[in-house]
Ligand binder design. Structure first.
Ligand SMILES: [Zn+2]
Length: 157
């Protein structure tokens, strides 16, 4: 890590702190040449393998734009999408992998999206789980209904 003040090619770590979400590490560094102090943020790399085979860095913005389409006309805010994208990133990073394919990201989105909005979830699931027939929708809706019943039962206890 080059010193931003004198461009010296070395620096010493004087303090490390993990961010609250556990996804990055902030390091305080000091340049041994000029004594200048600066901070760096380090995040473990997480890459996405697209269907085309192209590899690109994981992007919350891409998760949000994918989900945004499914949420058209639904009472879902940009803030909701940001929270969802963060939850997806945390879930993926917690698995400890450094590469993931887009389909797995799609699957990681399903859980939190279902909590957020059931209609958007169905739209999104129809693409990612490749629904082909009305019966596929029917089955997914049946599962949502069952879940809702279980929740009501638990709430009624
Ligand atoms: Zn320096």
């Amino acid at each position: 890590m080059h010193c931003p003040f004198c461009r010296h090619s070395d620096s010493r770590v004087i303090d490390s702190r993990t961010s609250d979400d556990g996804l990055s590490i902030r390091r305080r560094r000091q340049c041994p040449k000029c004594g200048g102090r600066f901070s760096t943020i380090e995040t473990a790399s997480l890459n996405v393998i697209k269907r085309s085979g192209v590899i690109e860095p994981f992007s919350r913005e891409k998760v949000m734009s994918g989900v945004r389409k499914a949420c058209q006309g639904r009472p879902v805010t940009e803030g909701d999408l940001a929270v969802l994208a963060q939850a997806v990133e945390e879930a993926v990073r917690q698995t400890g992998v450094s590469q993931i394919d887009t389909n797995e990201i799609g699957l990681a989105i399903l859980g939190p999206l279902r909590e957020l909005d059931e209609i958007a979830y169905l739209r999104f699931a129809s693409v990612y789980q490749a629904f082909e027939t009305l019966e596929d929708f029917d089955e997914a809706i049946g599962l949502l209904r069952e879940d809702r019943l279980h929740k009501q039962e638990r709430a009624g206890e």
